[in-house]
Design a protein around this ligand. Structure first.
Ligand code: GAP
Length: 602
């Protein structure tokens, strides 16, 4: 089978996510809220499994990490101290034609020819002249044209009717504004020579250059190699139409300029972009009944700041010694300029963050340690090591306070992108909060009797991005026989059993056999305290397997006549256990199922 292209693969993944209830667009029935997603019955289980496993390995299985759950509403002073109020912004540009917004640094580099237009004037007659035209076009005695607003295509239509009725020798124009302008000029001249009514005089005098609208905004368009100037002209005409001209005749400002690797044009239509300006990504809100400067609060843009702000409290209650960490999983909000790639860049998302506090001299050591730990985590949830890449963020791209940062990237179908950042943030955050709050955030080392502000290493990852990576990694298509033995395409989500939303499907071979159904329900009751189980009795058994394969259920249990002991008493109370990936089936005693499955899911 030929592999689908990356774009097709992504489209199939998005459609599967909706069809099977992993992810829906938020407020879909109202047209959707851009950059915001809702997780359905399977998505929420997958997400929960990711968070639970992260918490297990980062908190429960360690002596040196404790957890916290901070508030989403953040104090403005805390975010001022952290630098978010002043500096948490992305450079934003607008398309001058469509007003679409882009992050300036995400515009792809483009090359081609720039055509600049100095201004445009309108080829269409003025409003009065148009009204006059309407009267001339109808019989002068009894005008029938009773629209109050005449559009440019009405005008063209009316003028054509005059030409036909009077048998004037003027060539009829196509849609090109310059040809239309010429046509109206000629028509105006002809009517001016022998006016038959005051309406004709009105039209002829109204259609004169000085009375026509002009737009003096200059505008440039980039056309790619191989594209013609006509494309630039049409884009410019659309620009001037948006500024009120009916049929703009554009005035070029030669010469055209060749350009290489620019980010100043909309990659979708070639239109010029505005200059970049900073756009703060935080959502601002108001706390309490009054709305003024003193009531401002923000939806937190990262979970990390509440960890720093609570550092002293947690240090005191947990009585931990350095090095130790504080972990948190929770929502974060960013008013992203261009949410994109499904859930990859959202405006509301969840983070799993650890702030691991240490002595300054050990910062680089812990940075390396956490990079390796985090890589292991991904392998343990089923993301192949060769799809992960560690990018060492160069000095000039790192935050000024960071002494080292790694981005762990994953090969998504839409390209290699950041999954997690592991950053050595030095003592910047705690020092900033100490300075701004006036409260000591120092650590007292009882052995050396020294007081100092600890340094911190931070592995920080988005839950939604991890879930998306897991779905992309798991999606596969292969061939399997249907119930009649005919080969068909099988869509399988090959989730690691540890994160699979449903762990096991239980099927009675026939739905209309009460003994099989009762036994299958017994199996469900036996397994439910240990794992998520899906009971399904509808359709042929092959179909039921397929439905579970498509949502990534790793195990399928079938209760058949052998379970009832009808064929061989030795097989009474045994079932078939099918493995999703190998499709192999084994015969297993019902009482052994919890232990066998728990071991395979651990
Ligand atoms: N406390 C550090 C911090 O927040 P970040 O690189 O801005 O650093 C950390 O974010 C992680 O959060 C990212 O690697 C990504 O997984 C996730 N993340 C950030 N912005 C996101 C967004 N708009 N949508 C989904 N996930 C996002």
């Amino acid at each position: 089978m030929s592999a689908p292209s990356d774009t097709q693969r992504m489209e199939k993944i998005v459609s599967l996510c909706k069809r099977r209830g992993f992810v829906f667009q938020s407020s879909e029935i109202y047209g959707g809220l851009n950059g915001v997603w809702d997780y359905g019955p399977l998505g929420v289980e997958l997400k929960r499994n990711v968070k639970d496993y992260w918490w297990r390995v980062m908190v429960h299985e360690r002596d040196d990490v404790v957890g916290m759950d901070g508030s989403i509403l953040a104090h403005p002073a805390a975010l001022k101290a952290s630098g978010h109020v002043e500096g948490f912004s992305d450079p934003m540009v607008d398309c001058r034609l469509t007003n679409q917004r882009f992050r300036a640094d995400q515009i792809p580099l483009q090359s081609g020819t720039i055509f600049t237009y100095e201004s445009a004037r309108d080829a269409a007659p003025s409003g009065r002249a148009l009204q006059a035209l309407a009267h001339v076009a109808e019989t002068d005695a009894e005008p029938k044209f009773n629209k109050t607003a005449i559009t440019s295509s009405d005008a063209l239509d009316l003028a054509k009717r005059i030409v036909e009725r009077r048998k004037l020798s003027v060539s009829l124009p196509k849609a090109d504004p310059e040809a239309i302008e010429l046509f109206f000029s000629h028509l105006g001249d002809l009517l001016r020579q022998h006016p038959k009514s005051h309406w004709e005089e009105e039209f002829a005098s109204g259609y004169s250059v000085p009375k026509r609208a002009i737009c003096k905004d200059a505008f440039s368009v980039l056309v790619r190699p191989g594209e013609s100037e006509l494309k630039a002209k049409k884009t410019a005409q659309a620009f001037y139409q948006k500024r009120g001209l009916n049929l703009p005749v554009v005035v070029p400002l030669p010469p055209p300029k060749e350009v290489k690797e620019t980010r100043q044009f909309n990659p979708e239509n070639g239109a010029e972009l505005t200059l970049p300006r900073p756009f703060n990504l935080m959502f601002k809100t108001s706390v309490g009944a009054t709305e003024d400067e003193s009531s401002i609060a923000y939806l937190r843009p990262e979970t990390a700041q509440s960890i720093f702000v609570q550092f002293k409290n947690i240090l005191e209650v947990s009585r931990k010694k350095l090095p130790f960490g504080i972990a948190q999983v929770g929502k974060a909000f960013r008013n992203e300029i261009n949410p994109r790639n499904f859930t990859f860049r959202s405006r509301e998302f969840e983070q799993m963050e650890l702030e691991y506090f240490c002595r300054a001299e050990e910062g680089m050591k812990w940075l390396e340690y956490w990079k390796e730990e985090r890589l292991k985590f991904y392998e343990n949830i089923g993301i192949a090591r060769d799809k992960l890449h560690v990018f060492t963020v160069p000095d000039e791209e790192r935050a000024f306070y960071s002494k080292g940062t790694y981005d762990i990237e994953y090969e998504f179908p839409f390209g290699r992108q950041e999954l997690e950042g592991v950053a050595y943030r030095t003592d910047y955050d705690l020092s900033q909060h100490q300075k701004a709050s006036g409260k000591s955030l120092e650590y007292f080392d009882e052995e050396t009797k020294q007081r100092f502000v600890p340094h911190v290493v931070e592995p920080s990852v988005g839950v939604d991005r991890t879930v998306l990576a897991l779905i992309c990694e798991a999606y596969s298509e292969d061939h399997a026989p249907d119930e009649k033995g005919k080969m068909e395409t099988r869509v399988v989500l090959r989730f690691h059993p540890r994160v699979a939303p449903v762990k096991c499907g239980v099927f009675p071979l026939l739905r209309n056999n009460p003994q099989l159904v009762a036994k299958a329900k017994e199996v469900v009751a036996l397994l439910r305290p240990h794992m998520t189980v899906f009971y399904d009795e509808s359709g042929a058994i092959g179909r039921r397997y397929r439905r579970q394969d498509e949502i990534g259920t790793p195990f399928g249990i079938t209760v058949d006549f052998e379970t009832l002991g009808e064929k061989d008493p030795a097989l009474r109370d045994t079932v078939t256990l099918r493995d999703r990936d190998s499709m192999k089936q084994e015969r297993v005693a019902i009482q052994d199922l919890p232990a066998i499955l728990r071991e395979r899911l651990a």
